[in-house]
Design a protein around this ligand. Structure first.
Ligand code: HEM
Ligand SMILES: [Fe+2]
Length: 327
């Protein structure tokens, strides 16, 4: 008789296959990474600039080296072995860009000696990205003297008073520009930095929004083009009362808004509707609270444009361009 329980398909993690594939492609494995970490910190400890920074924090090197092997195993081979918090370990350090460059130069030199060319490339690219994120976190802490990651300053500044000029199309276009376009331009750059940082630093953690940075980057590029078209062409035409050619432009803007609506659904899916895991660090929490505000603003912006502004020009009297909109 068939054993139903034994036959039931089990949920199998893809991690071991990914680790095996990455190991085959790069020649990296536990032994190579251990050698890399030990050789690298050997150099760090005889570097007159970096050594004092480490010496002030680390007296017993063995646990640090073991943690760093776990870290590199997680980052390079996706083994999920590392569960630490790199950002707070660095934000209190008085380090500058030139210290990070020095760290990276030593790391690259060691990797090229210890690893295959593919393996060296693999770890160096990751080290550079993580160094960039750590450096940003360090700079921000030094600037604001607190553990605030690329601070989402728009959250505290300029509380906007929403008085909606819904009966005046020209006023409405101005309102969309000042309340929404300007705000999105403030919101997106720090959110991009944070998304990159969170994806890099928590690359192997449960619930990490893989692909969020790329999605926001694409969205930000498209939104800039879209907003420019509205600000330079559609909105001035509406304000001047010119309606020739408006129909096609209005349809194109609605199509863009609909696309953002679909991107918002993707953001919700990637972030489990902005649910932060209990153990999430401050960058992760800041990212999701900023993202929640951005998605609320964008939703309201789309609603205002699609439901209030654009229909006036879609329901033209006579159904053709060049005819007075129905107000
Ligand atoms: C200027 C360059 C850097 C300096 C001076 C530096 C220094 C340090 C120090 C002193 C610690 C120990 C902190 C403690 O235990 O109190 C540490 C931990 C650590 N560093 Fe760096 N670091 C640098 C760059 C990097 C980079 C580029 C990476 C990654 C690619 C990295 C990854 C880590 C990790 C994973 C830990 C362990 C954090 C933990 O789980 O406790 N560091 N670093
Ligand atoms: Fe728009």
């Amino acid at each position: 008789m068939t054993d139903i329980v034994a036959d039931r398909p089990r949920v199998i993690s893809a991690r071991p296959q990914i680790t095996r594939r990455q190991s085959e492609q790069t020649g990296l494995n536990d032994a190579v990474l251990t050698k890399l970490v030990h050789a690298f910190y050997g150099k760090v400890r005889s570097d007159y600039v970096l050594e004092p920074i480490f010496a002030a924090r680390i007296s017993d090197w063995e646990p640090h080296l073991a943690r760093m092997v776990d870290f590199w195993s997680s980052v390079a081979l996706m083994t999920g072995r590392y569960h630490g918090a790199p950002v707070p370990a660095h934000t209190g350090l008085a380090v500058t860009k030139s210290d990070f460059d020095r760290w990276l130069a030593l790391f690259a030199e060691t990797a090229r000696k210890v690893c295959t060319p593919e393996g060296a490339e693999h770890v160096i690219t990751r080290a550079e990205r993580i160094a960039r994120s750590l450096h940003m976190a360090v700079e921000d802490t030094q600037r604001v003297c607190s553990h605030a990651v690329p601070a989402l300053r728009w959250q505290q500044e300029n509380p906007m008073i929403d008085t909606l000029p819904i009966h005046d199309a020209a006023e409405l276009t101005r309102h969309i520009e000042t309340r929404y376009h300007a705000r999105h331009r403030e919101q997106l750059p720090p959110l991009l930095k944070l998304a990159e940082m969170v994806e890099d630093l928590h690359c192997c953690d449960e619930g990490v929004p893989h692909g969020l940075f790329e999605l926001l980057r694409r969205m930000s590029g498209k939104m800039e083009i879209h907003m420019k078209k509205e600000e330079l062409v559609l909105f001035p035409a509406i304000r001047r009362g010119v309606s020739a050619g408006l129909g096609a432009r209005v349809a194109a803007m609605r199509a863009d808004h609909d696309e953002y609506g679909r991107e918002l659904v993707k953001i919700g899916r990637l972030t489990q509707d902005m649910t932060v895991p209990d153990e999430a660090c401050i960058s992760w929490r800041t990212l999701y609270s900023g993202l929640a505000e951005f998605t609320d603003d964008l939703t309201e912006h789309i609603r205002l444009a699609n439901d209030v502004l654009l229909p006036r020009f879609e329901r033209m009297v006579g159904g053709k361009d060049g005819i007075t909109p129905v107000i």
